[in-house]
Design a binder for this molecule. Structure first.
Ligand SMILES: C[S@@+](CC[C@H](N)C(=O)[O-])C[C@H]1O[C@@H](n2cnc3c(N)ncnc32)[C@H](O)[C@@H]1O
Length: 308
């Protein structure tokens, strides 16, 4: 029986994706386990590299099968497997890579003997190299001409974001130059009102907002095979998209259902819509102070890296 839409389905995505028909999904977003020893409640994030890559190829092939001919697939992944998964997606599964976005986040784990990791990779793949949805008007951001130079000639409609999404502009006084690909969104840290508090890998709603707005239209179907805390599904619902979610853990799945039940179509996304101009609201309503909270949850990092 095909998977019902506008629902979270509990189970293994490989088995459940097989229940989706070919070619019905407009947009898939996947933030799979990175195989770095992260402590999930059910999934074991320590597989051999060959096993992880074989598994990744299998679930990605299912995602490709269920995409519409003009569909898009966004994949979030860490350094360890980014290059290999991109090769699988493009050379073996036939996808075209439109952007290799670097998401630069603050509140990463502080390392003593190496540079602290502060980024993840987000690939934007499309099935057809020319026919795909990309709503440029829905994702414009203020230009440096407007923000930095106060130039009256700045286009009030803004410009398309670079492909590095930055999180903390005060660390980059020169900023990034035009044409670069850094996207600026804070990770959902422990003090943020947005944070659910029960899943350490919760992604910011504004980040998913940019992806869903750019690569789908209202009523399109958005798929997330690795539900986690349910961010993709929550944002899809708020933005009036249909969705199909899958999550292995019974506990996480139940909490996703609770999160979705509290959301109405049209609700605003959590977090600052334009982080260069504003910051996220904390749980008690105050703006953030410039120090890291002890309640900041662990970033997804290999256990070995934390010891260095
Ligand atoms: C990195 S988290 C996703 C976080 C999510 N993007 C968010 O914003 O909350 C990955 C999730 O995939 C789930 N998972 C692992 N293996 C799975 C499988 N075979 N099928 C479905 N879900 C799986 C884990 O339980 C975990 O919750």
């Amino acid at each position: 029986m095909p998977l019902a839409i506008n629902q979270l389905h509990r189970g293994d995505c490989l088995k459940l994706l097989a229940q989706l028909p070919d070619g019905g999904i407009h947009l898939a977003f996947a933030d799979p386990p990175f195989n770095i020893g992260y402590e999930y409640d059910t999934y074991d994030d320590r597989r051999s590299a060959s096993d992880y890559l074989e598994w990744s190829k299998r679930w990605m092939a299912e995602v490709v099968r269920v995409l519409r001919p003009d569909g898009s697939f966004w994949l979030a992944i860490g350094d360890e497997y980014a290059a290999e998964l991109k090769v699988i997606a493009t050379r073996e599964l036939g996808l075209t890579c439109r952007s290799w976005v670097v998401w630069y986040y603050t509140f990463g784990v502080n390392c003593k003997q190496k540079f602290s990791r502060s980024h993840a990779h987000i690939f934007h793949f499309v099935l057809h190299p020319e026919k795909f949805t990309f709503n440029t008007e829905a994702i414009r951001v203020p230009s440096a001409r407007e923000l930095v130079y106060g130039d009256k000639r700045a286009n009030p409609a803004g410009r398309l974001p670079d492909d590095t999404w930055i999180l903390r502009p005060q660390d980059l006084p020169e900023g990034f130059s035009e044409g670069e690909d850094t996207w600026y969104f804070p990770r959902v840290c422990g003090t943020f009102k947005e944070r659910s508090g029960w899943h350490g890998c919760q992604m910011p709603e504004q980040l998913l907002g940019r992806i869903i707005r750019s690569s789908s239209h209202r009523d399109d179907v958005v798929l997330d095979p690795f539900g986690g805390s349910g961010t993709t599904l929550a944002v899809a619902k708020k933005l009036g998209r249909s969705f199909v979610g899958i999550e292995l853990s019974a506990e996480y799945a139940a909490k996703i259902d609770e999160r979705l039940a509290e959301i109405q179509v049209g609700d605003p996304l959590s977090g600052a819509p334009e982080p260069l101009k504003s910051v996220s609201t904390t749980k008690d309503g105050r703006r953030l102070v410039r120090r890291q909270s002890k309640r900041t949850p662990p970033v997804r990092k290999p256990a070995a890296a934390l010891r260095k």
